[in-house]
Write a protein that binds this ligand. Structure first.
Ligand SMILES: O=C(O)C1=C[C@@H](OP(=O)(O)O)[C@@H](O)[C@H](O)C1
Ligand SMILES: C=C(OP(=O)(O)O)C(=O)O
Length: 436
């Protein structure tokens, strides 16, 4: 599925051309996570919602089509204006006869599992081959005590999953925080429509905490109150109504990371307008990490500017920002000394095993990497060109494209996989070249 008329999205491979220092402003597409939250929340509102600045990409289009299959809303996507309009049809939520297919969209699949708990009947949700390996078991188990029967069809905790809804009672449940924060976010959103109050106890330390903050911020913006005890217990009072209306999505911090990395390794400066110090997106934290490595930053409430400088390796815990670990790894490959990236076990269950992928591909470029179960150490040096396998993983493609701006001979296989979260990535990368 592609949305932009960029022939590179269907190319077998693409050679990245090198650049010298950059000095430009880059317009990044809307946040994937906020767009997904807006779609889920809008689908439960009694009034229409207009989501502006939305990310229109494979993931958000799959999610929109998936939500529509319940029959209670229509979701119109306007590619000209980057707007998603969600309108109630007046019909109740009903399990669709056809399976819901979401490709490789993890967050949408996890959100749809709990949403299906609100739909009368049995919904089957599935995705592509990698999606059928990604973990859902904790979420399926947590729905049981709330009155929703949810199971993995093959009994392996992964999609396809079958959810029998219509009796989302609420009450008390427990969920592990160790594998994915998306389980907690999913429960928080759908439990608003449970018959009774829902108390969600998080067992094990919660990973990717900023994403739960984003969920709570999106819920609050829709008029929903959630009580909390840190990251250990959330109570969602029943009987609340989601507000519709206008939602404005800020630029995507993970998408931004590639252009900050470009400034860090090429020198010069890149400014990203529309996102700043007030953002709840955890991936904005990469700015501080790059500053610790030697870059300079100017963060206001409406823009982020990153300026390159001599880079040195650091030790950094990246549990709160898993999606920008590949980006950081690339910057580390050009830094002086080792960079130890810790607490990143969740990377092994993303679109690919990202610890293994980054290790393998950086080694191809002549960079020494020590790989651990939940960490990696990148020994900075002078990477050389290589043909990069991207494992159908948008972040591996975008990350190594940035290395190719500095290193001759970087060839990215399957450049179209960026369409998962950033279908205009190659066009936006062109704007760096045009600005030289
Ligand atoms: O809730 C979200 O929007 C997301 C949560 C994160 O997943 P985990 O909580 O599984 O780390 C992140 O990797 C993903 O891209 C988006
Ligand atoms: C992990 C990601 O997405 P998801 O879990 O939503 O598939 C990502 O976009 O990097």
């Amino acid at each position: 599925m592609t949305h932009a008329k960029d022939p590179r999205l269907s190319a077998e491979q693409l050679t990245v051309e090198t650049l010298s220092a950059v000095d430009t402003e880059v317009a990044v597409l809307g946040s994937k996570s906020y767009t997904n939250r807006a779609i889920a929340i809008a689908s439960l509102a009694a009034e229409p919602t207009r989501v502006q600045g939305a990310l229109l990409s494979d993931d958000t289009v799959y999610f929109s089509r998936g939500v529509e299959q319940f029959g209670h809303v229509t979701v119109d996507i306007d590619h000209e204006t980057n707007t998603i309009n969600v309108t109630p049809t007046g019909q109740p939520m009903r399990a669709p006869e056809e399976d819901i297919f979401v490709g490789g969209a993890g967050t949408p699949l996890r959100f749809l599992i709990s949403l299906a708990g609100l739909a009368e009947g049995t919904t089957t949700i599935t995705g592509n081959a990698r999606m059928q390996e990604r973990p859902m078991g904790d979420l399926l188990a947590a729905l049981g005590p709330l009155g929703v029967e949810a199971l993995a069809v093959r009994g392996n905790g992964s999609p396809p999953v079958r959810v029998t809804g219509g009796s989302y009672r609420g009450g008390a449940t427990r969920i592990s925080g160790a594998v994915s924060s998306q389980f907690t976010s999913s429960l928080l959103i759908s439990s608003v429509k449970a018959e009774q109050d829902t108390e969600i106890t998080i067992v094990d330390d919660l990973v990717s905490k900023p994403y739960v903050e984003m969920t709570l911020a999106s819920l609050a913006a829709a008029g929903i109150r959630v009580e909390r005890d840190g990251y250990t217990k959330f109570t969602v009072p029943a009987g609340q109504s989601f507000r519709g209306g206008e939602v404005v999505v800020e630029p995507d911090a993970s998408g931004m990371s590639y252009f900050l990395a470009a400034a860090a390794i090429l020198g010069g400066r890149v400014t990203i307008p529309g996102i700043g110090s007030g953002s709840h997106q955890g991936d904005v934290g990469l700015v501080d990490v790059l500053v610790r490595m030697g870059a300079h930053a100017d963060v206001t409430d409406s823009a982020i500017t990153l300026k390159g400088g001599p880079l040195r390796g650091i030790d950094v815990d990246m549990e709160a920002m898993p999606d920008v670990v590949p980006t950081l790894a690339i910057v580390a490959a050009f830094a002086d000394g080792p960079t130890r990236i810790t607490n990143i076990a969740s990377l092994r269950v993303k679109e690919c095993d990202r610890i293994a992928a980054v290790t393998t591909e950086l080694r191809k470029m002549g960079i020494e990497v020590d790989e651990y179960d939940d960490a990696m150490t990148i020994h900075g040096g002078t990477p050389h060109g290589a043909t990069i396998d991207t494992y159908d993983d948008h972040r591996i493609a975008m990350t190594f494209a940035i290395a190719g701006l500095r290193t001759e001979g970087v060839v990215i296989k399957d450049p179209g996989c960026v369409a998962k979260s950033f279908p205009t990535f190659w066009q936006v990368l062109d704007t760096l070249r045009e600005a030289q």
